[in-house]
Design a protein around this ligand. Structure first.
Ligand code: SF4
Ligand code: SF4
Length: 83
């Protein structure tokens, strides 16, 4: 698993305001969110969903698409919400 968090904070100050958070316990890896993400910021690794916070534009399409509400917008930087 790669760690995007350091580059996220360094390159994208908007990440300090809000970000997409993943509840890995709710996610059933259906892939619906991956298919609607314009910049391809979501990645499925078998039974784990990852997000590239650096390329995510926070459009919230994935949040609205998820059938089990495993995604939500969280305040602060990605470091504040494990995913
Ligand atoms: S908020 Fe938008 S850009 Fe970010 S992961 Fe979700 S669909 Fe992709
Ligand atoms: S749409 Fe929801 S349940 Fe499906 S992979 Fe994305 S976060 Fe997981």
């Amino acid at each position: 698993m790669f760690n995007l968090r350091k580059t996220t904070r360094a390159r994208n100050s908007n990440a300090l305001l809000h970000h997409v958070a993943i509840d890995q316990d709710l996610c059933n890896w259906c892939g619906a969110c991956v298919s609607v993400c314009p910049p391809d910021s979501l990645f499925l690794y078998e039974e784990w969903l990852a997000i590239d916070h650096e390329t995510c534009t926070r459009c919230e399409r994935c949040v609205k698409m998820c059938p089990v509400h495993a995604l939500h917008m969280a305040a602060g930087s990605p470091e504040s919400t494990p995913s």
